[in-house]
Write a protein that binds this ligand. Structure first.
Ligand code: SF4
Ligand code: SF4
Length: 447
């Protein structure tokens, strides 16, 4: 079947509930044709592989996962999640425990007073415009809805997983993975969304979350390193890169969730405007990266921190990926560049990880980081850790790919050398000037 025929066929399927009434022999032929069409297409999913880093796929996180009876994985029955060692009971969390939610609900003190104390705050026309767009993607009607009453035929979970990844890349994602959803990644309760707050619901509401979807599709959107480097020179470019990524993540994940529902399966998108899941464990489960020195941040093999993630949870049968490792634990042990350059000193300088909510991880002073980001008198936000991390993609070149390859060899001596090379190249201390024109408008609206 050629591409044109495939598209015609897809349109017919989407439009025809009557398909289900066809004789089974005809339906079987159509299903085979559909599967063949997906496999015949040149995959667009991650066409360049891992761009340098030596990535090892780890054993299945749940151990007993059965694709014929897919269920969420209980991390309390596992001894690790990817390269993160599990050392004690892991509990589900309330969304309000996140730093920004705590700041907004006054947990760290009166937000207005904290901002006044920090100095003048800025109004950013561009930041406001990006948020305006992103907010539209977070309403309940955009993130969720009923699945199509009758299921459309789909191919086997391996083929369908590749199709969903190809679809994600077509929508604009820079990488995509599918993980089995950890029970502990689903929030116990959600705070009010912006839509609910507009309708008078207080931010600190306790809406109980029930989500039994076994799978989580992860979409990553590149923040644009050039914009993010603004975080290095006092301004806050990180937020513009973040907000642009949140906007596109919202669009991509809402559309992908709707696409899955159109096949008759449940699917809900989760992104910055409306989360019911905690993203870092899902990133690890979906083979998107390793937990790093910066608190809960997950490093990707070539985007580093230079991305934002959205998630679509679903019960569509999809063959999930496995967690990966590429030497981050060994690299972070000797690097510490983010900790040295963090303006709020929120990142640990310790050499070894410590137990926190059941995981071994580097502690992060979330209060110090959040207050700095929410009250930064030089702009709004921060992101310097993302800029200075040697893993954050500096450039698309053989030189950077070689650096990634050597960094993933787990050699302390090599890792020290690479951090020195990173410093010598001036990475992390770039002064971005060419994008300053629109950043400059930030101060025009100083309030
Ligand atoms: S965002 Fe800024 S303040 Fe927060 S950990 Fe990173 S460098 Fe530190
Ligand atoms: S800057 Fe260094 S220590 Fe910090 S997360 Fe990146 S690799 Fe790890």
């Amino acid at each position: 079947m050629d591409r044109r025929d495939f598209l015609k066929f897809g349109g017919m399927m989407l439009g025809a509930a009557g398909t289900m009434g066809l004789p089974s022999s005809v339906r079987a032929t159509m299903e085979q044709g559909y599967e063949a069409a997906i496999l015949a297409e040149k995959p667009v999913y991650r066409p360049d592989g891992w761009k340098g880093a030596r990535v090892k796929t780890l054993d299945w996180i749940g151990g007993s996962f059965d694709i014929n009876n897919p269920q969420q994985v209980d991390l309390n029955k596992c001894d690790s999640l990817g390269s993160s060692t599990i050392v004690g009971p892991i509990t589900r969390r309330h969304e309000i425990e996140g730093g920004f939610k705590r700041f907004d609900t006054g947990y760290y003190g009166d937000p207005a007073e904290l901002r006044k104390k920090a100095g003048a705050q800025y109004y950013s026309p561009m930041g406001d415009a990006l948020v305006f767009g992103a907010r539209a993607t977070g309403t309940e009607a955009m993130v969720d809805g009923p699945p199509r009453p009758q299921k459309l035929p789909i191919p086997d979970p391996v083929t369908m997983a590749r199709h969903i990844k190809d679809m994600a890349m077509f929508l604009g994602a820079d990488d995509c993975g599918i993980g089995v959803l950890p029970v502990q990644a689903v929030y116990t309760h959600q705070t009010a969304t912006y839509e609910e707050m507009r309708n008078g619901v207080p931010r600190a509401q306790d809406k109980e979350i029930v989500n039994t979807h076994p799978f989580a599709v992860v979409l990553l959107y590149n923040q644009d390193f050039k914009t993010t480097t603004m975080a290095s020179n006092g301004y806050d470019g990180g937020t513009f890169g973040s907000r642009r990524a949140y906007l596109y993540n919202g669009i991509m994940s809402d559309v992908l969730a709707r696409y899955i529902r159109n096949f008759g399966y449940e699917a809900r998108s989760h992104h910055n405007e409306n989360y019911q899941v905690m993203v870092p464990p899902i990133l690890i489960a979906a083979g998107m990266g390793e937990l790093s020195r910066v608190g809960d941040c997950v490093l990707h093999p070539y985007l580093g921190y230079n991305y934002k993630a959205a998630v679509v949870t679903t019960n569509m049968p999809l063959m999930p990926d496995k967690p990966i490792e590429f030497g981050v634990q060994e690299f972070c042990r000797v690097c510490k560049k983010c900790a040295q350059l963090c303006p709020s000193k929120a990142i640990s300088m310790e050499t070894e990880r410590e137990p926190y909510n059941g995981y071994l991880k580097y502690p992060l002073d979330a209060k110090a980081c959040t207050i700095f980001r929410r009250t930064n008198p030089e702009g709004y936000g921060c992101g310097r850790c993302a800029v200075v991390c040697p893993w954050s993609s500096k450039e698309d070149s053989w030189f950077h790919y070689m650096g990634s390859y050597l960094s993933s060899m787990k050699s302390s001596a090599l890792n020290r050398l690479i951090v020195q090379m990173d410093d010598i190249c001036g990475y992390g201390s770039e002064v971005a000037t060419e994008l300053k024109s629109w950043i400059g408008f930030t101060s025009v609206g100083r309030i």
